[in-house]
Design a protein around this ligand. Structure first.
Ligand code: UDP
Length: 404
């Protein structure tokens, strides 16, 4: 099949730093896995630099097309809405006039959804949408600090009905979407996969500090990732060091406001000598840090999916996570790891302390976690499931394309 993947702000070519989130990684790995299943895949992302070629063949066997829509520089994703009309018109033009008409288009994030629905209607291409986070959830947690455009929730509700299929990533998202008014019958639940070539149990591990247990926690340097709760949990976990990976590269951390606040918090909790901020790392290096850990902790306040829990599990390390988003599906409480309530350093501290003290439990969690990854979260399985979804969409009779 010919599959168009639309990811307006998250380019699959920009993966691998500490500030690039789940969506770019997801799109890169999904596109490669779809190619592996024999599909012809093109990824459309916004041109955010004048230096970018129009088309780039990616190592994964798909092509990345840079769409001219808005200024050719980085624009925060919350400011992209005004450029989505241009993005959608460009896509429609390509699909209608060009030599390559996709059988199906899969949009990632709501703004991509708007552009893709516009183009899909005009070119007669069915559309699937993965939200990668919902405006309702963001507003609930961030309140006045939410920088999403005011219309986001309304657009997301409308998109849920306008697209041919919504691809939800976890149970919690299905519930949110139902409450938003998206019919359950329009949804399919397909969790993200994890790159098992990078995140695997064998391979180099970062050196250890003798006599100290190691907690590793990974993510962007933002409040909602819950690093402050991990630091607050540390006084309850003596003799353990906490390695925090993510954010800007190490040399830029001193200029990062959040990193500075985290360091100050570690000092005020009396654990500064046990907290190590590494900054953002490429994924291969990140894997060696996961492998060096006794436990991976992921403690976000909320999380659309939560790739880092999967990555820790795939490296054969038990995970303690907060009971939110995709983490509540991927970590099976008491079997592959432990789940604790979000924003609760006391519960987190108790869970870490108990697990670090119990070698047998850590071993059994790690073994079960690996089994779970292999049976449920391979990219191959994800690509097969999505391939079946695309197949049903492409065989549904399409209305005649509207005249532009
Ligand atoms: N990541 C990375 N280097 C880092 C920190 C994170 O490559 O220094 C990657 C990590 O491997 C994961 C993604 O960034 O694939 C973060 O995904 P997650 O779902 O945890 O959160 P998001 O950033 O999308 O909110």
């Amino acid at each position: 099949m010919r599959i168009a993947v639309v990811s307006e702000h998250a380019s699959p070519l920009a993966v691998g730093g500490g500030d690039v989130g789940e969506q770019g990684t997801h799109v890169a790995e999904l596109a490669a896995a779809l190619v592996g299943e024999g599909h012809d895949v093109r990824v459309y992302t916004r041109r955010d630099s004048p230096a970018l070629p129009d088309v780039v063949p990616a190592a994964g066997g798909y092509r990345v097309l840079h769409v001219p829509a808005g200024p050719a520089r980085r624009v925060p994703r919350d400011e992209l809405l005004p450029h989505m009309g241009e993005f959608g018109r460009w896509l429609a033009g390509q699909w209608r006039d060009g030599a390559w008409l996709p059988d199906v288009a899969h949009a990632h994030f709501w703004t991509s959804g708007l552009a893709t629905v516009h183009a899909g209607r005009r070119a007669g291409v069915p559309v699937a949408l993965t939200y990668h986070g919902l405006g309702t959830v963001r507003r609930r947690h961030q309140g006045a600090r939410d920088t999403s455009p005011p219309g986001r929730v309304g657009y997301e509700r409308a998109l849920g009905r306008a697209v041919d299929r919504v691809v939800a990533q976890c149970q919690e998202e299905v519930g949110e979407l139902v409450r938003l008014g998206v019919p359950r019958s329009r949804m399919v639940l397909v969790p993200s996969g994890v790159d098992e070539r990078i995140f695997r149990p064998d391979g180099p591990a970062a050196p250890r500090h003798p006599g100290r247990s190691r907690i590793v926690t990974v993510g962007r340097m933002v409040e909602r990732k819950g690093f402050q709760e991990v630091v607050r949990a540390l006084p309850a976990v003596p003799d353990a060091e906490c390695v925090v990976v993510g954010g800007p590269p190490a040399e830029m951390l001193p200029a990062d406001g959040f990193a500075r606040r985290l360091t100050a918090l570690a000092e005020s909790c009396g654990v500064a000598d046990r907290v190590k901020l590494l900054g953002g790392l490429p994924r291969e290096e990140l894997a060696s840090w996961y492998r060096s850990a006794d436990v991976v902790v992921t403690a976000p306040w909320y999380e659309p999916f939560g790739l880092t829990a999967l990555e820790g599990m795939a490296c054969g390390v038990p995970v303690i996570g907060t009971n939110v988003g995709g983490i509540a599906d991927t970590v099976v409480d008491g079997l592959t790891g432990d789940l604790v309530p979000p924003r609760d350093p006391r519960a987190l501290g108790m869970a870490i302390r108990r697990l670090l003290a119990d070698n047998v439990r850590r071993f059994t969690y790690a073994t079960a976690a690996l089994d779970r990854i292999r049976s449920r979260y391979s990219w191959k399985r994800c690509a097969e499931q999505l391939g079946a979804v695309y197949e049903t969409l492409s065989t549904v009779a399409r209305p005649a394309p509207a005249v532009a």
